[in-house]
Structures are given as C-alpha cells and as structure tokens.
Design a protein around this ligand. Structure first.
Ligand SMILES: *Cc1c(COP(=O)(O)O)cnc(C)c1O
Length: 332
C-alpha cells in the first residue's frame, strides 16, 4: 500500500485572501499551485495546517470527525501566526463540499479520508521578515488512507529527550510547518543512534509530546497527561480520549509529569503508555529510552486499556456506537 499521505484526490477546495477579503471558494486541480518565489510562506514560514478524517459507515453515509474543533484550532493557528483571519463558516463549507465531491472515494473502515486544510502567506515581499503577509491561500486537500495498524501496530519505543525541545515554547500550540522542521534533527538522531521509533520531548525533565502526537500514561484507573499550556499541541484525539475515559469512570489527571515519575510508574507491571493523534489514533508505547538505558512500560506490549480506549474511539468514528458528544458531521 502507498505510504500514508502520498495519494491525493485530483481536486481541492481553494480560497484566496487579497485586499482585505476572502474570494469565493473554487474547486481546482490539486496537482499544482502557482506561487511567486518571493512568497512570504517560502521565506518566513507563514503556514499552518489541520488534519482530520471522514469515515464511511456501514449504512454508506460519510461522516467527518470533530470538524468544528479542527476549524477552531486552524483559526487560532492563523491568528497566532498573524496570517489573515480565516472565515470559519467558509472553511467548514469548503471541507464539506470537497468531501461530498469525493464521497465515493472514502475508503471502507478501518481506512478513512484524511482531510488536510492548509493556510499559507502568499505576498511576494521578502522584506517582510518582521511583518505579516497581506495575502494568503487557504486550501483543503484530501488523501484516502488505509489502516494505520495494518501489520499489527506494535508498541513503539520513545527516546526521552531532556535537553532540547520540539520547537520554540511559544509556538507549541500552533500547527505550523516550522515546528516539524525544528523537531526533525533530534528525531533522525534518535532513530539512527538509539534505534528509537520517536522522540518524547521532555524539556527540563517535563514530559511533553512527540513530534506529531500527544503522550498519555495509564496507571490502573488513572490517565495522566500534561495539562494544556502554550508549549505543545492541543490534540483533538487527546481531548476525545480523555472524554471517553471520563465517560468510562476513569480518573483523568491533567498535570505535569516528570521523567523520574514516568519511569517510576512505567516500572510497575500494569502501567501503559500511548501516543494520541488523528493519524496514530492511540498507538501503544512499550519502551522508553533514557541515555543508553531501555525501560519497558508495564509488560512492554500494547496495553489492555489502551486498546479498549482506541476501540471506543473507533466505534464512535465508525458509527458502531452512539455519538453522545455530537462529534460527527454527516456529509450529504
Ligand atoms: C497534530 C498533532 C498532534 C495531534 O493532534 P490531533 O488533533 O489529535 O490530530 C499532537 N502533536 C503535534 C505536534 C501535532 O502536530
């Protein structure tokens, strides 16, 4: 199967911001985009994106998961980057229209249609290193994706990175390209030097998140995860999992977690850890690496509660259980 995110639907929804106003939405080819080489985004990284999914249910209907939360986050990212303010109602319609157009291409579960809204600064102005772009492009790409867990979904190993950080702390909650470029060096080093799957960034010993997913620790009936602050990405999967955990009567502790406490708890037999994100859903973590030492989390395998929470989330997404929180938007 093609790698995640490498197959695209041939068209996308696009709107342009110019002279203080958004254009009408157009449906255009997704093959290419024309940009001036001096475009603000190419020099000063005025860019943000979102990632969400549409699912095909057994009755044939197509449903988008937590679209409003993703649109809110896109509006916030745009604001924090001083990009033009998006029109939330327009973006919502862009997402619905493009998904409706390719409704027949939405894969059967466990596959889905991955939706990638993107907002970039387009003003040709290389003198604007310290000034915002006056024009921008907003577009919505679609990419059908298969089962992320095909091949078993084995528990991942994470290198604990206590010195560096993923990105500048005031940019952590912005879903912006530069943050991923910033994290790439440490991630590649962890893979080559420590044979780690991912890096768990723990600046000054404070457990934060990986390059593109949030981290949660499960100790018996308690879920522990970092409380929201500006330094990391506020995952919508994180929020969904915490909500489902509360629904099941689990204790949710949103607070700081030190590397020392994490390793102490991980040493207990029943402890579980997982990464949450739209692509990853809830991926088990089996090993933590600190320096040259490797530590198992609980049994070192995928945990029971992790799998139960992942299943509960999938069941809502797939229309196999009720949707008490109103997370799905059907596409006509
Ligand atoms: C997208 C992302 C997440 C997960 O967010 P979801 O809304 O759950 O997909 C977590 N961390 C980072 C850095 C991300 O980019």
């Amino acid at each position: 199967m093609a790698a995640f995110g490498t197959v695209f639907m041939p068209q996308m929804a696009l709107a342009q911001y110019d002279n203080g106003a958004w254009s009408q939405t157009e449906i255009v080819s997704s093959n290419s985009l024309t940009l001036h080489p001096g475009a603000h985004v190419l020099h000063y990284s005025s860019t943000c994106f979102e990632g969400l999914k549409a699912f095909r249910h057994a009755d044939g209907s197509v449903n988008i998961f937590r679209m409003d939360a993703n649109i809110e986050r896109m509006a916030q990212s745009s604001q924090l980057l001083n990009l033009p303010a998006i029109d939330k109602a327009q973006l919502k319609q862009m997402i619905i229209d493009i998904v409706a157009r390719f409704k027949d291409d939405v894969p059967e579960t466990p596959g889905s249609m991955y939706i990638r809204p993107t907002h970039i600064g387009t003003e040709a102005a290389i003198g604007k290193a310290a000034a915002p772009t006056e024009s921008s492009l907003l577009y919505v790409l679609l990419s059908p994706v298969g089962d992320y867990f095909a091949g078993g979904g084995k528990a991942l190993s994470l290198l604990l990175e206590e010195d560096g950080m993923r990105c500048a702390p005031h940019m952590g909650m912005v879903k912006s390209g530069g943050n991923y470029a910033s994290a790439l060096g440490p991630i590649l080093a962890a893979k080559s030097r420590h044979d780690a799957d991912q890096v768990l960034f723990c600046p000054n010993g404070d457990v934060q998140e990986t390059g593109a997913a949030n981290f949660i620790l499960i100790d018996g009936n308690e879920i522990i995860t970092k409380s929201l602050d500006r330094s990391f990405l506020h995952g919508i999967t994180r929020d969904s999992i915490l909500t489902l955990a509360r629904d099941r009567g689990m204790t949710v502790s949103e607070r700081s977690l030190s590397v020392d406490e994490l390793l102490e708890r991980a040493a207990k037999p029943g402890t579980e850890a997982a990464l949450s994100g739209t692509a990853a859903v809830l991926t088990p973590v089996g090993t933590l690496i600190r320096g040259e030492q490797r530590f198992s989390v609980g049994s070192g395998e995928a945990g029971e509660t992790t799998l139960a929470l992942r299943k509960a989330l999938n069941q809502v997404q797939w229309g196999e259980s009720d949707d008490p929180h109103g997370w799905l938007t059907p596409v006509k």
